[in-house]
Design a protein around this ligand. Structure first.
Ligand code: SAM
Ligand code: SF4
Length: 455
C-alpha cells in the first residue's frame, strides 16, 4: 500500500511496504503494464498509480518490454544524442558526517583540500583542453559556499572555453540561490539521498545535512530563486530502491503541480565503497538488474527528464543503460579536488568506469548514438516549462540532434585523436543526411574555424 500526502509547502511521502505481496498482483498484469507503456510512449507523465504498477512488476519477460519502451521514449524525446560532461571537485572539506561518504568530517585519514580560484581554473582548463564544454562543480558543505562558488564560476567562464557550469552543492537559502543563479550556474543539483526519514536520520547524524526538511525543500528554494533547471536523485543502496524511486517521482510530481515543470535531470548515484566511510556496505544493495529497472522507471515516469549516469557505474553497464534510457553521462572523471592536475588524494568514492573521454566518445559513436557537447538550451533560455513542453511535443529532439552534430564536429576539429576522426566523421555524415536544415553549410563553417554554432 502506498500513501502519499502533500502538506502545504512541506512534502511527506509515506510508503508502507512496497513488497510484492502488498503491491497488488492485479495491477502488474501484462495488459495493465502495456497500457502504462502506451501512455509513456505518448510522452505523458505517468500517474503515481501507473508508476507503482511498474515498480511492482516481477515478470522478467515483461521487463524486456519495459526496457524496449524506455529505449523508444528516450529516442522520441532526445533522438540519438548522449550528452557528455565531467565533474570538477572543488573541495573535499565538509561540515557533515554522512556515513557513506569519504569526505565526511569524521574521516581523519582524508587529506583536505579546497581549490583556490587559480587551481579551479587550472582544472577547468585541463578539461577544456580535452574537449569538455560542460562541467559539474561539486563541493562538500562549506560555510559561505556561495561567495566561493561565485568567484570560481566567474573565473572559469572568463578564462576558459567551458560554456556551462552546473553545481552540485549543499542546500542554500533563497538569497544565496539568487546569487548562485546570477553567477551563471546552469542546473542546480542536490540529491535527497533517501526519502525514508528513519534511514535519513541514521545516515546523516550531524551537521546541517541532519535537517531532513531543509534538504527536502531545497528544490522549492532553488526554483523560487530562479533556477528553472534543477537536478534530483536518491543515493541507491541506502533504503529499498523501489521505495526511494517512487518517493522521488512523487516529489517530482509535486514540483510539476506547483511550478508547471519538474526536475531537468534525475541522477542515479549508486552507493560505492569510499575510503574512510563509516558505512562498509550498502544496507539495501541494488543489483545491476534493479539498477537498470530504476533507470527505465525514471525514463518512463517522467519522459522529458534527462537521466544522468555517472562513472560510479562500470563501463559495460553504462553502455547498456545508454540504450535503455540514460541521456547524459560523465566521462574521464576524477572525484577528488585537483584530481585532473595531480591525480588528487581522497576520492569521494571508487570510480567504476575509468575510460577516458575519447574512449567513451568512440564507444557511443560505435553504438550508433551521437556523442554531444551541446550546451545550447541553458544559454538560449530553454529551461523549466519551456523545455518540458518542447520535449513533450518532440521539438527538443530536432534541436538536440542538430546541436549534437555541430558540437561533435567541433570536437573532431579541435580535440579528437586522429584514430577517432574517421568514425566520428562517418557518424556526423550519417546523421546530417537524415537531418537536413542546411546542416552541411554549418559543418563547413566549423571546418573554416567558426565556433559555437547552435540552434
Ligand atoms: N556535499 C553535497 C551534498 O552532499 O549534497 C554535494 C556533493 S556530494 C559530494 C554529491 C553526492 O555524492 C551526494 O549527494 C551523494 O549522493 C553522493 N555520494 C556520497 N558518497 C557516495 C558514495 N560512497 N557512493 C556513491 N555516491 C556517493
Ligand atoms: Fe559532505 Fe556531501 Fe559527502 Fe555528505 S555527501 S559528507 S554532505 S560531501
Amino acid at each position: 500500500m502506498i500513501t502519499v500526502s502533500l502538506q502545504g509547502y512541506g512534502f511527506f511521502v509515506c510508503m508502507k511496504a512496497i513488497e510484492t505481496k502488498e503491491t497488488s498482483t492485479s495491477n502488474d498484469s501484462p495488459a495493465r503494464i502495456r497500457e502504462v507503456l502506451a501512455r509513456a510512449l505518448d510522452l505523458e507523465i505517468l500517474s503515481l498509480t501507473e508508476v507503482s504498477a511498474l515498480i511492482a512488476l516481477r515478470d522478467q519477460a515483461m521487463w524486456e518490454e519495459v526496457f524496449n519502451a524506455s529505449a523508444m521514449v528516450k529516442e522520441k524525446v532526445y533522438g540519438k544524442r548522449v550528452v557528455l560532461f565531467a565533474p570538477l571537485y572543488l573541495s573535499n572539506e565538509c561540515m557533515n558526517n554522512c556515513l557513506y561518504c569519504g569526505f565526511r568530517r569524521g574521516n581523519q585519514e582524508a587529506k583536505r583540500k579546497t581549490l583556490s580560484i587559480e587551481e579551479a581554473v587550472a582544472e577547468a582548463s585541463i578539461l577544456s583542453s580535452r574537449g569538455y564544454k560542460r562541467l559539474l562543480l561539486v563541493t562538500g558543505e562549506l560555510a559561505g559556499a556561495v561567495n566561493y562558488l561565485e568567484g570560481v564560476i566567474d573565473a572559469i567562464y572568463k578564462r576558459t572555453d567551458i560554456r556551462i557550469l552546473h553545481v552540485n552543492s549543499a542546500p542554500m537559502g533563497l538569497n544565496e540561490f539568487k546569487r548562485l543563479k546570477a553567477s551563471g550556474a546552469g542546473v542546480y543539483q542536490c540529491f535527497q539521498e533517501t526519502y525514508h526519514i528513519p534511514t535519513y536520520r541514521v545516515m546523516h547524524p550531524s551537521g546541517p545535512k541532519a535537517d531532513y526538511y531543509w534538504r527536502l525543500n531545497v528544490m522549492d528554494r532553488a526554483i523560487d530563486a530562479g533556477f528553472e533547471d534543477v537536478g534530483m536523485g536518491v543515493l541507491l543502496g541506502l533504503h529499498d530502491w523501489r521505495w526511494d524511486a517512487f518517493a522521488l517521482i512523487a516529489h517530482a510530481h509535486r514540483l510539476v503541480e506547483k511550478y508547471g515543470f519538474g526536475p531537468h535531470t534525475i541522477s542515479v548515484p549508486r552507493l560505492q565503497p569510499a575510503q574512510g566511510a563509516e558505512l562498509k556496505e550498502a544496507p539495501y544493495a541494488v543489483s545491476d538488474s534493479d539498477f537498470k529497472k530504476t533507470v527505465a522507471i525514471y525514463r518512463l515516469a517522467l519522459p522529458y527528464v534527462g537521466v544522468v549516469v555517472s562513472t560510479r557505474e562500470p563501463a559495460y553497464l553504462r553502455d547498456e543503460l545508454l540504450l535503455i534510457g540514460a541521456s547524459q553521462i560523465s566521462a574521464g572523471s576524477r572525484t577528488s579536488p585537483a584530481g585532473y592536475m595531480e591525480g588528487g588524494d581522497t576520492e569521494q568514492f571508487e570510480i567504476g568506469d575509468r575510460r577516458n573521454l575519447e574512449e567513451v566518445v568512440g564507444k557511443i559513436a560505435s553504438m550508433g548514438l551521437l556523442p554531444s557537447f551541446c550546451t545550447a538550451c541553458y544559454r538560449e533560455g530553454r529551461s523549466g516549462d519551456t523545455f518540458r513542453h518542447l520535449a513533450e511535443d518532440g521539438g527538443i529532439k530536432n534541436l538536440c540532434q542538430i546541436n549534437a552534430i555541430l558540437s561533435l564536429k567541433e570536437y573532431v576539429e579541435d580535440y579528437a585523436p586522429e584514430e577517432l576522426k574517421l568514425l566520428l566523421e562517418r557518424r556526423i555524415k550519417e546523421e546530417a543526411l537524415k537531418t537536413g536544415n542546411g546542416l552541411f553549410e554549418k559543418l563547413q563553417q566549423i571546418e573554416k574555424g567558426k565556433r559555437d554554432i547552435h540552434v
